[in-house]
Design a binder for this molecule. Structure first.
Ligand SMILES: *Cc1c(COP(=O)(O)O)cnc(C)c1O
Ligand SMILES: [Zn+2]
Length: 408
């Protein structure tokens, strides 16, 4: 049986197509490229029930991924993360069916591992020896580690104030790491210069077409975990928007396969920080593309992207699914992170917390209705952001006794 049903690459803007044999970056028109599959063939060969008993990671969907030979897979067991019921805060928010797709337990501690696993595997299959990318931290960490596992040399450029742990992850993986006194867009310009004057593969967000396929698997998993029934709403902390584009693509492909209902799409919600909300502004103005957001700032570093290359695809997904876009204040993000840890026992990342605040607000406004089934993506582990929590702990002397307290 064919391992992958991948067919070709195509441009969502000008519809030009590309083969899969050589490396491709952007379309000649400047748009990101997307991957197309032979779904009409696959639908005759594979049924949802065939997935039962397969490996419990994202490679269980290998027919819907672009790697042609199984031997090229670079994996650390990423994917099939739990879909946790969040009953206590759900009750507090008035959302009876609230779930968290928890990406915090994935290798490298964020869902960036999905994009890296598939992107690096495909790079290996294409014979890439060296890649380079700008990052806000988490993607660089994941790509460094997966590249090392694949025997590919990675050059990573990140802002100086990206979380220190991600810097350390890149460094310990042995890649070429540089810090830039600026934003991810500044790092991007430096990487663009490097790849232009060399044959280094550009692994920048959406400048290679395969990362999105890795992130698509979040959508495939949500569908499978709900027994191929769409939830009503999926909230996603949006930076470059790759995950949101991926989830939308997953649903379209599943509809084409006939594995999910043709009419019902989850309403997708792009959540951004108030200090960096280009997608939200564009959505509010009914636009198809976003404008660069100057001096962007937020503690939710993973969503600090002032202008996303795939903004038009994110906005299309919002419009097509009757979704929306919401921005959240950093103080609310930190408060929510604490509430969720206290109520649910899960220490999530600030990006994930922003999406919970958004759920809370949209329920209050009535946009999320009674009895709707809601999924929040927690894109990473709280332990990667130790500085978002301040604690004051009582210190005991040897031999002290502790007063009895109950706090649940
Ligand atoms: C990168 C990142 C995001 C945003 O992901 P995009 O797909 O680029 O929108 C959200 N949360 C965390 C923790 C991230 O690292
Ligand atoms: Zn094009």
């Amino acid at each position: 049986m064919t391992y992958s049903f991948v067919s070709h690459l195509y441009c969502p803007k000008c519809t030009k197509t590309y083969n899969l044999e050589s490396t491709h970056q952007l379309c000649t028109c400047g748009s990101p490229l997307l991957v197309k599959y032979n779904l009409h063939l696959l639908t005759q060969e594979l049924k949802p029930s065939d997935l039962k008993g397969r490996r419990n990671d994202l490679w269980r969907y290998h027919e819907l991924l672009p790697i042609k030979k199984e031997k090229n897979i670079v994996s650390m067991g990423e994917g099939m993360t739990p879909l946790l019921p969040m009953d206590r805060i759900g009750k507090q928010m008035g959302i009876k069916q609230l779930f968290m797709k928890d990406e915090g337990i994935i290798p490298t501690g964020t869902f960036k591992a999905r994009g890296a696993a598939v992107g690096v595997s495909k790079a290996k299959e294409l014979g890439v020896k060296q890649l380079a990318m700008p990052t806000n931290g988490n993607a660089g960490a994941a790509w460094s580690l997966y590249a090392t596992r694949a025997g590919i040399c990675a050059t990573i450029v990140m802002p100086m104030d990206a979380p220190k742990i991600t810097r350390n992850e890149c460094a310990v993986a042995g890649g070429n790491l540089y810090l830039v006194d600026g934003l991810i867009s500044d790092a991007g310009r430096i990487v663009a210069g490097l790849v232009q004057s060399s044959d280094i593969y550009d692994a920048s967000t959406l400048k290679e077409p395969y990362r999105i396929e890795g992130k698509k698997t979040m959508g495939l998993e949500i569908a499978e975990q709900f027994n191929w029934e769409a939830p009503d709403v999926i909230l996603y902390p949006t930076g470059g928007g790759v995950g949101l584009i991926g989830i939308y693509k997953a649903w379209k492909e599943l509809q084409e396969l006939g594995w999910v209902h043709k009419e019902k799409m989850p309403r997708l919600v792009a959540v951004q920080a108030e200090g960096c909300a280009p997608i939200v502004r564009a959505w509010e103005e009914g636009k198809r593309e976003s404008e660069f957001w100057p001096d962007s700032q937020t503690i939710a570093f993973g969503i600090n992207v002032p202008k996303a290359l795939g903004d038009f695809l994110v906005l299309e997904a919002l419009y097509e699914t009757n979704g929306c876009a919401v921005s959240i204040d950093d103080r609310e993000i930190v408060a929510e992170q604490k509430i969720i840890a206290e109520k649910e026992g899960t220490f999530i990342c600030p990006e994930g917390a922003s999406a919970f605040v958004a759920a809370r607000k949209l329920r209050k406004q009535g946009w999320i209705k009674d009895n709707e089934r809601v999924v929040v993506l927690n894109t990473g582990a709280g332990i990667k952001y130790p500085n978002t929590v301040n604690v004051e702990v009582p210190i005991l002397q040897k031999g002290d006794s502790i007063p009895i307290r109950t706090n649940i």
